[in-house]
Design a protein around this ligand. Structure first.
Ligand code: NAP
Length: 500
């Protein structure tokens, strides 16, 4: 019998205590699936079993949504300041358990501990950020006529459904509940099936701090769990973070089951455009950093396409290859590791197949592409950091998101060519532009079709600035006031006749 994860005891997180068995949160209680079915979460570093989570069925989803519906009127009634206070308490509790969450999260995702440490803090910071916006849920008074009073009110949808991916489980789960709760909704969240364990910790904290039913966390697969959330008739507002194909499937399922407001934070195939006035050494450095090898490239904003002007191309490539060769691949819990294993077998095999396609289609493999040598890498989803040069616009490497540690390098000659290359995919999430000339920067900012652009920077997110994608990379914006307001519906009121 596996132990149930005991969050009071950090010793539970020692490897000898694995695998753990966790519960999911429905109506203020940590419960198993009504069917008793479980999913296994695997340690990506060695393929051992890390834990089991309940596999929620459609009946579990129905129970969770019913609980959320019961809880919502009172949650809305207590007002934004009280809701903010609850969320701040949750953030403080999460910070107190940061070490536990971190170790569990690093083991379950394979992301390096030095990088992952920031995620736990950001999970709590996001709760605080939206708590601070609580009184910004303002309507308007509109001078539409001189005789009457015209105003708008912002009202919560009711129950919100949120589905999140595997690369930042605790950060995304915390984010998923924050804005909807502050806006007066209750929430049903589905964490990723590949890295679901930290959701149990969040579930326990929510159980202890929030009124029952306000947050329900259902572990399970996309099918049936995610799909049942999307199709539930009482859920009109859905926010999804994940891949383009799943986003499209969710749009269809939502349309088949009702009139729903769906926002989508989807994938990217993001360009970093380096102009010839830049120092090649700097571009080699930022090209490496923007690729997020420390997350194994599993970050939606990674600049996985490096677009180099021909004048600096060769020197940047040479310097970048030297730096890539120095990346230290190792166990994600070792603070010296700069890159861990990929997240799951399915994903590992997909990334390998993309590397094979790169080779078949004539891109030039300059580094990596293999399992790293050494006994410690014989099991698990290990891959060397991988770099291709001579990538051309028509190739699979140029068009499809890999979401792995694979950097594709392109050479361009004219600005037009650079902009065409940058815009040559269906994605439009982020872009990074490097030049010392502000006019060049402005031309690039206008021409590149991406929702989030860094000039002489890459990778950073800033609270209050809207994040999201153009083209197939998404619908809607998150991380700012707009996200909070997106969890409300507008009610317009006209005070017309006199009161008797
Ligand atoms: P995914 O395969 O699309 O899955 C995302 C989530 O959707 C998972 O929880 C998944 O469940 C669930 N799901 C799958 N099919 C579903 C369905 N038919 N109905 C409802 N839910 C369903 O994405 P992923 O591989 O986990 O994550 C990588 C992708 O996320 C990349 O494309 C990346 O760029 C994108 N991403 C975007 C952002 C952003 O902010 N724009 C941020 C991070 C990641 P399972 O657990 O069963 O798969």
């Amino acid at each position: 019998m596996n132990p149930t994860i005991d969050l009071e005891s950090p010793s539970m997180l020692k490897k000898q205590n694995y695998p753990v068995s966790t519960k999911m949160l429905i109506d203020g209680e940590l419960v198993a699936s009504e069917s008793g079915a479980e999913l296994v979460s695997t340690d990506p570093a060695d393929e051992s079993e890390l834990g089991r989570v309940p596999a929620a069925t459609a009946a579990d989803v129905n129970r969770a949504v019913a609980a959320a519906e019961r809880a919502q009127p009172e949650w809305a009634r207590i007002g934004p300041v009280a809701r903010g206070a609850y969320l701040r308490k949750l953030a403080a509790a999460l910070r107190e358990r940061a070490d536990e969450v971190l170790e569990l999260e690093v083991r379950d995702t394979g992301n390096t501990i030095t990088k992952m440490a920031a995620d736990v803090g950001q999970a709590a910071d996001t709760m605080d950020y939206f708590a601070g916006l609580a009184t910004e849920l303002k309507g308007e008074t509109i001078p539409a006529s001189s005789e009457h009073l015209h105003l708008t009110l912002r009202e919560p949808y009711g129950v919100v459904g949120r589905i999140v991916p595997f690369n930042h489980p605790i950060k995304f789960a915390a984010h998923a509940i924050s804005a909807p709760l502050i806006a007066g909704n209750t929430v049903v969240v589905k964490p990723p099936e590949q890295s679901p364990l930290s959701a149990a910790l969040l579930g326990e904290l929510c159980r202890d701090i929030l009124p029952a039913g306000c947050v329900n966390i259902l572990t399970g697969n996309g099918m049936p769990t995610g799909d049942a959330i999307v199709r539930h008739p009482s859920i009109k507002r859905i926010a999804f973070t994940g891949s383009v194909p799943t986003g499209r499937a969710i749009q269809m399922a939502a349309a088949e089951s009702g009139v729903k407001n769906v926002t989508l934070e989807l994938g990217g195939k993001n360009p970093l455009i380096a102009f010839p006035d830049m120092d090649p050494a700097k571009i080699a450095e930022v090209g490496l950093a923007g690729m997020n090898f420390s997350w194994q490239g599993q970050s939606c904003g990674s600049t996985s396409r490096l677009l180099l002007h021909e004048d600096i191309h060769d020197e940047v490539v040479e310097r970048l290859l030297e730096a890539v060769a120095r990346i230290r691949v190792g166990h994600p819990l070792d603070p010296a590791s700069q890159m861990g294993p990929l997240n799951s077998r399915r994903h590992y095999e997909r990334v390998q197949s993309m590397i094979a396609k790169g080779n078949e289609e004539g891109a030039r493999l300059r580094f990596g592409g293999q399992r790293p040598p050494g006994k410690e890498f014989e099991r698990g989803y290990w891959l060397q950091p991988t770099v291709f040069s001579d990538v051309e616009a028509g190739m699979t490497l140029a068009r499809e998101e890999i979401f792995g540690p694979v950097l594709s390098i392109f050479k361009w000659r004219t600005e037009e060519e650079a902009f065409d290359l940058a815009n040559s995919t269906e994605y439009g999430l982020t872009a990074s532009i490097w030049t010392n000339d502000i006019k060049t920067a402005m031309r690039a900012v206008r021409r590149v079709k991406s929702g989030y652009i860094w000039v002489n920077g890459a990778s950073g997110h800033f609270y209050g600035t809207p994040f999201g994608g153009m083209k197939s990379s998404g619908i809607g914006r998150e991380e700012g006031l707009g996200e909070l307001l997106s969890y409300t519906e507008t009610k317009t009121v006209h005070f017309m006749g006199a009161f008797a």
